[in-house]
Every structure is written in structure tokens, then in C-alpha cells.
Design a protein around this ligand. Structure first.
Ligand code: PMP
Length: 303
């Protein structure tokens, strides 16, 4: 079997990622009744694996999902997916779906056997590297983020209807991606990333409507380390339109500079100095082994 394009674990077996299949009767597919987490591997090591497993466990509990593997089992499975793929830089997903009802036709979530799927595929940048270099152009979506009382934004979920509509709108307008406001007009996040602004030397990230991104926390830690004032605060459209700089953060790309938001051009239409500094520092720290769990590639010999 050729795992070089990525390796998946599905139905209790390891298969090439391109061959991994789930049932059309799985509620993950028919109802977006699923939670997940994504951790990256850089240069042969996981970044903050324990933090991703913690967040996955919190998401599972919030959604009352129970995969057939415990934390240690999940850690073993994701590591083996990476080892089988041989990838040194990878996007690694762990996913738990509601599964299929044991009783045909049942509408009771409790009747479903929750299913666990994982895979390791080649590295993905949510914003392509060339776009990061010039600074991403963000559209401020007209679609509000779904209410937090309906879909808890701190639980990682695939209920992406609003984010996808924002993204389509962005692409229609020639922007790279979107940022969504909530129904009250507060800035939340974008499709696959948290957002930050920089104004008068102060770094800010929204206090609501967004995932507690692990890259976001990592950046707040870096700010503290280098003495850059940073705060978690309510942000409005005006804060975006008055920002000196802006950047996005995600597991799938790290710190990604933005040069335009809602038509507002920042830092001479280039990645700003604070964003650039944080981006460099983020990768320098990786190279120095920051929160790194090495992958045992020899594990691939005994699938
Ligand atoms: N918000 C959303 C909606 C996301 O999908 C992601 C990507 N996981 C993030 C924020 C960033 O979170 P993290 O830094 O943990 O990847």
C-alpha cells in the first residue's frame, strides 16, 4: 500500500488517505454531527499535541460524543498515521462522528455508535504562502456568524455554512478570504483562523465568537515573551478599518499577515512589522523544539 499521499485510520484499519471511506448513513455526513481537531507536524514533530488532545476531549464532552478509543489510543493512532505517511510536515486530523444508529431509522443520538476517523496528509496552508508574502486581502462578510448560543464557537465543529458563505462572498469580490462579524457587529473569526489587529503597538484579538485557537494562545505567549502589549477584547468593524496591521492565526499556516481588510490598506499594502516579527518568531521557536513531540517513524514498520 502506498501511504505517501497521506495515511488514514477508518473503521479500525489504516488505509491510504485517498481510499478512506465513511458511510453515507453516518450522522457526521447527514447532520454535521461531528467534532474534530487538527494538529500539525513540522519537521517530524507534533506541535502542542497535548493541547490539541485536551481541546478534542473538551469538544467531545460538549457534544456528548464518545469515540471507541481513549486519549492514549487516539495519540497512538494519529502518530501512526504520520509514521505510515512518512510526512515530515503534515496536517493531522482527528474526527469523531455521531455515527450510524444501531436501530435502523432511529432518530435518537443515543442509538448511534460514535465513529472515530483520523488522517495525516501533506501540509496545508489556509492562506497560500505566496498570498501570505504579499499580505492576504480579507473581505468583511455580510453574513453574520451563527449565534454562539446555537453553535458554541469554542467547540471545534464542521457547521461551516456561515463561514463558507463568507468565503464565497470574498472570492466573488476578488478577496482571498473572509472575516465574519456576529449579529451584534463584533468581530469573530474567519474560515479556519483566528484574527488579530495591531494598533499603536497594541495587539488585540476578539473576546467572543471564536475558537480558542491554539495558535492564538501561542501568539499571545510570544507577545508576553517579547514584551508586546496584547489583549483579548471586543473588536468592531471600525477596529479593523483603523488597524495599522492585521494577521490571522491557525494550525494550518501559523501566523499569516493581512495587508487589506474591507478595502482598508495597511502598512503600505505589505505585511506589517509586528506581524512579520511574530511570524518569524513562531517558526524560529518551532525550529528550536517549542512544545515538540517527535514522531517515531519506525512505528510505520508494524502497521
Ligand atoms: N477558527 C476556526 C473556525 C478554525 O477552524 C481554526 C482552525 N483550527 C481556528 C480558528 C484556529 O485554531 P488553531 O490555531 O487551534 O488551529
Amino acid at each position: 500500500q502506498d501511504f505517501s499521499g497521506g495515511a488514514a485510520f477508518v473503521g479500525g484499519a489504516y488505509v491510504p488517505a485517498s481510499e478512506a471511506r465513511i458511510s453515507v448513513l453516518d450522522w457526521g455526513f447527514t447532520r454535521s454531527d461531528v467534532t474534530y481537531d487538527v494538529v500539525h507536524v513540522r519537521d517530524g514533530g507534533f506541535f502542542r499535541l497535548a493541547d490539541h488532545l485536551d481541546r478534542f476531549e473538551r469538544s467531545l464532552a460538549a457534544m456528548r460524543l464518545a469515540p471507541p478509543h481513549d486519549r492514549a489510543g487516539i495519540a497512538t493512532i494519529v502518530a501512526r498515521c504520520v509514521a505510515l505517511s512518512g510526512l515530515r510536515d503534515a496536517y493531522v486530523a482527528m474526527i469523531c462522528t455521531r455515527g450510524r444508529p444501531r436501530v435502523f431509522g432511529s432518530r435518537r443520538p443515543a442509538d448511534c455508535d460514535n465513529a472515530f476517523v483520523a488522517y495525516a496528509i501533506p501540509w496545508i496552508d489556509v492562506i497560500p504562502p505566496a498570498v501570505q508574502e504579499r499580505g492576504a486581502h480579507l473581505h468583511i462578510a455580510s453574513i453574520p456568524r451563527v449565534g454562539a448560543a446555537s453553535v458554541d464557537p469554542t467547540v471545534k465543529n464542521y457547521q461551516w455554512g456561515d463561514l463558507t458563505r463568507g468565503l464565497l462572498e470574498a472570492h466573488d469580490q476578488g478577496a482571498d478570504t473572509a472575516v465574519l462579524l456576529d449579529a451584534e457587529g463584533f468581530v469573530t473569526e474567519g474560515p479556519g483562523f483566528n484574527v488579530f489587529t495591531v494598533r499603536d503597538g497594541v495587539v488585540s484579538t476578539p473576546d467572543r465568537g471564536s475558537l480558542e485557537g491554539i495558535t492564538r494562545w501561542s501568539v499571545l505567549e510570544l507577545c508576553e515573551e517579547i514584551g508586546l502589549p496584547a489583549r483579548i477584547a471586543p473588536l468592531r468593524r471600525e477596529d479593523l478599518l483603523q488597524a495599522d496591521e492585521m494577521f490571522c492565526t491557525t494550525t494550518a499556516g501559523g501566523v499569516m499577515p493581512v495587508s487589506r481588510v474591507g478595502g482598508h490598506i495597511m502598512a503600505n499594502d505589505r505585511p506589517g512589522p509586528v506581524s512579520t516579527r511574530l511570524k518569524s518568531l513562531y517558526w524560529e521557536k518551532h525550529a528550536a523544539g517549542w512544545h515538540r513531540t517527535p514522531v517515531n517513524y519506525a512505528d510505520a514498520d508494524h502497521p
